[in-house]
Design a protein around this ligand. Structure first.
Ligand code: DGP
Length: 124
């Protein structure tokens, strides 16, 4: 799938749309999810143009992968989530219900999240 530069996170990166920014460095931008599912629900996105995790894992440079991963860890730490714990989630493709085609990691935390529960499969 080709990268669509008009996606909403690309527009946030270009400053065309506001966000509740928590962290930014050379590799990543972190901001609060517009529909929070937990007391802390933050999205961390790479600065580079990658559609999803699969694209990032295959195409990003080692520096980008390290820089981005460190940024995710830094943000989780800055939010004070290390002791209590947090969940990382990245959706890839239609079965995952990925909505925004720019790679992003969700950081979820701030309360006990319970086990990961998915919707049951629709009846055949
Ligand atoms: P996903 O399903 O993994 O693609 O999650 C996309 C998330 O992005 C979803 O939780 C809602 C969030 N989101 C969508 N549009 C915006 C926006 O304009 N601003 C912010 N802050 N979050 C957004």
């Amino acid at each position: 799938m080709a990268y669509d530069p008009s996606n909403i996170f690309a527009r946030i990166l270009r400053g065309e749309i506001p966000c509740q920014r928590l962290y930014e460095d050379h590799w990543a931008l972190a901001f609060r999810d517009i529909h929070p599912q937990a007391p802390h629900h933050v999205l961390v996105i790479p600065k580079g143009a990658y559609v999803s995790f699969a694209d990032f894992a295959a195409e990003a440079s080692a520096e980008e992968i390290v820089g981005f991963t460190r940024a995710v860890g830094l943000v989780a730490g800055q939010l004070g989530l290390e002791a209590g714990g947090y969940r990382l989630l990245a959706n890839h493709g239609p079965d995952s219900h990925q909505e925004v085609p720019h790679y992003h990691v969700h950081i979820l935390g701030g309360r006990p999240l319970g086990p990961l529960v998915l919707r049951p499969a629709p009846a055949a």
